[in-house]
Design a protein around this ligand. Structure first.
Ligand code: PFF
Length: 441
């Protein structure tokens, strides 16, 4: 997509937005966050946060981007000349870069596993376990940094060449395939002996596990999974024509994400309980459980390989949106600077991400506010940066726009419009402030 092209088809925009949204958030992060934070309680809060807070903000970002028809900073500048709203765009730029710095670390882990899956070496032959293999991979400083670099390289190559339309077309095949894979795996997982314990863990809430921090983490996940709060969707919607139904697109993206997250959970948790693993083992959860589930499937090794390829695609469609956001602010509509800037920004992000990559091995004893470097960057971006950005975006769309403007943009039934208005003006800002306050105490 060149700088000021428009999406030619409805499905093109939907795929780009869904591509950015569906990624590691749903497939890698959601299961381990749910697993470490009370299962069903977290899941319930997550779904509530999506509908009450994150989805209205997603629609607001679509609105701001389409009206702005430019990168996030310029969009705010032209719509609010002489006012400091454009700083929200810069906040998004910094947070996007930081997210990509650790997102690429996990992207690197996927490449590492993909390489092993390609030679059918995910199953350790020396009698060690899947958990030990994961530890071995993420502790190895050379492997993690090289894999992270390779992942960023892939992202840069796509963003600088502008071959995203190809990726969008590929997404049309990849996403449904991913769905089918998950469905098959869900069936396999659910039919393991003892699987129901996992289903209970996901759907029967134990409210004694409810805390302010769980709520803050669920909110962070709701933003992360929809790519909301850091102006990415403003950037994407700036390529949008007037005829698009932004409300409907937003709802579809949200539903798709919830669906994939729950499917991922339904693969992971029944297997966790049936095969005797622990649900709260953190970022390694899917890397340990998935190979164990595939082991129970005929031709599992081959399917595991295909699965990692699909997962890599889903991850790349998200990482290019992160880099695209930063590059688009840096170059504006200047196409000539695009290639050089993509490389420059990408390399910078790679360097910033190295401490995160090493934080599971050689830097594991370095902590920031009691968290590992990786977790600290994750927490700062997800639980502080994104909610803060979302708060400002709610205020901008809710109060800075006149109701005449937002009504015309949303172009939906009066009921849906006023529902959105109440959510964006009152529910979302107040909830973000309260959750912030209780979660950070
Ligand atoms: N939504 C992506 C995921 O769930 O994997 C991650 C992400 C992409 C977050 C883009 C934020 C973003 F701006």
């Amino acid at each position: 997509m060149s700088s000021r092209d428009q999406f030619s088809t409805k499905i093109g925009f939907m795929l780009a937005a869904a591509g950015s949204a569906v990624g590691l958030g749903a497939i890698w992060k959601f299961p381990y966050m749910a697993g470490s934070n009370g299962g069903s309680v977290f899941i319930l809060l997550f779904i509530l946060c999506i509908f009450l807070i994150s989805l209205p903000v997603l629609i607001a970002e679509f609105m701001i981007g389409r009206r702005g028809q430019a990168d996030a900073v310029t969009s705010f500048k032209t719509q609010a000349p002489g006012k400091p709203w454009y700083l929200v765009g810069y906040l998004g730029m910094v947070i996007s870069a930081l997210i990509l710095s650790f997102y690429s670390v996990v992207g690197g882990w996927i490449l590492s596993y993909l390489a092993r899956a390609a030679i059918f070496a995910v199953k350790p032959t020396d009698g060690s376990t899947y958990a030990e293999l994961f530890t071995k991979v993420i502790e190895n400083p050379i492997e993690v940094v090289m894999a992270q670099g390779a992942f960023i390289l892939l992202t840069i190559l796509i963003v600088q060449a502008g071959i995203k339309s190809g990726i969008e077309k590929a997404s049309k095949i990849i996403m449904p395939l991913l769905f089918i894979f998950f469905l098959v795996l869900v069936v396999r997982s659910l039919t393991l002996e003892g699987a129901m314990e996992g289903v209970r863990f996901m759907f029967v809430p134990d409210w004694s596990l409810f805390t302010g921090e769980t709520l803050l983490l669920a909110l962070g996940q709701a933003f992360f999974t929809l790519s909301v709060g850091i102006s990415i969707m403003i950037t994407y919607a700036s390529y949008l024509g007037k005829s698009e139904n932004i409300g409907g697109t937003g709802i579809n993206v949200a539903l798709m994400n919830i669906f994939i997250s729950i499917l991922a959970g339904l693969v992971i948790f029944p297997a966790v309980f049936a095969l005797g693993f622990e649900p709260d083992q953190g970022p390694g959860l899917v890397f340990v459980i998935l190979p164990a589930v595939f082991e129970q499937v005929p031709f599992g090794g081959l399917f595991l390989l295909i699965f990692f390829i699909l997962l890599l695609f889903a991850t790349i469609t998200s990482s290019i949106s992160l880099l695209e956001m930063v590059v688009s602010v840096a170059v504006g509509d200047n196409r000539k600077k695009r290639v050089r800037t993509s490389w420059l920004v990408g390399i910078l992000i790679f360097i910033i991400g190295i401490p995160s990559a090493l934080s599971f091995g050689v830097l594991s004893d370095r902590t920031i506010f009691g968290r590992s470097i990786f977790d600290a960057v994750d927490f700062l971006t997800n639980n502080i940066g994104m909610p803060l950005g979302a708060l400002f975006i709610s205020l901008f769309a809710g109060y800075y726009y006149s109701t005449k403007v937002s009504k015309a943009e949303l172009n939906t039934s009066p009921f849906m419009y006023y529902l959105w208005l109440v959510l964006i003006r009152i529910v979302s800002p107040i909830a973000i402030i309260i959750i912030f306050y209780t979660g950070l105490k």
